[in-house]
Design a protein around this ligand. Sequence first.
Ligand code: GDP
Ligand code: MG
Length: 198
Amino acid sequence: MNQKRYKCTVIGDYCVGKTSILNAYLGKSIENVQSTLGIDFFTKSVLVKGETVVMTLWDTAGAERFHSLTDSYLRDSNIVIIVYDLTKSTSNLSYWMRRVEQHRPQTVGILGNKNDMTTQYSEDLQDILFPWTRQHWNIVNGHCSSRETTSVKTFFKRCLLSMVKEDININETFLKLDGPFKIDTLRVKESNIRTCCS
Ligand code: GDP
Ligand code: MG
């Protein structure tokens, strides 16, 4: 059976919580998060109205620290999630958006992490993102804490739904949805493939 595969990459500055967020999404322990060099790769099957789609989730695993993230990491991404740290004064979103720009994923998630620490954020994201929203990029904006799994899962669902809608626009025949798409029709089954030079 041909399963639809979606690539979802997670980027952002070092230490903003990317690995913790992926661990929360995959239901893994957030203790002993280790920053490794290389790329971590996971798969997660998501059942959408009886059809299984496979999400491959990519974690930079430290490459961002040395500015050695290559374009092949972002290439062919359906969803790119840019994580920033709400407790920091800068998000570096412009830099990351420019890195993403040429790959034009169907959805870009902008995710402020560590909202268990603060609810204030000083940068004007609307302003920062204007060059892309002006070009009708499909952007999903939200906050989470990797320590609160529900907030992470909700954000991924929002990105997935937004991307699937976009995908349907592109390919009307995929996921024959016969009504409003319901979040609670998503059921998640997990598997985990880890290829990493730790
Ligand atoms: P990465 O370099 O972006 O992958 O970041 P990590 O996932 O390695 O996390 C960096 C640090 O931030 C670790 O010490 C985490 O425990 C911490 N951290 C991650 N997410 C959160 C969060 O939601 N809240 C708080 N308070 N700390 C977090
Ligand atoms: Mg990491």
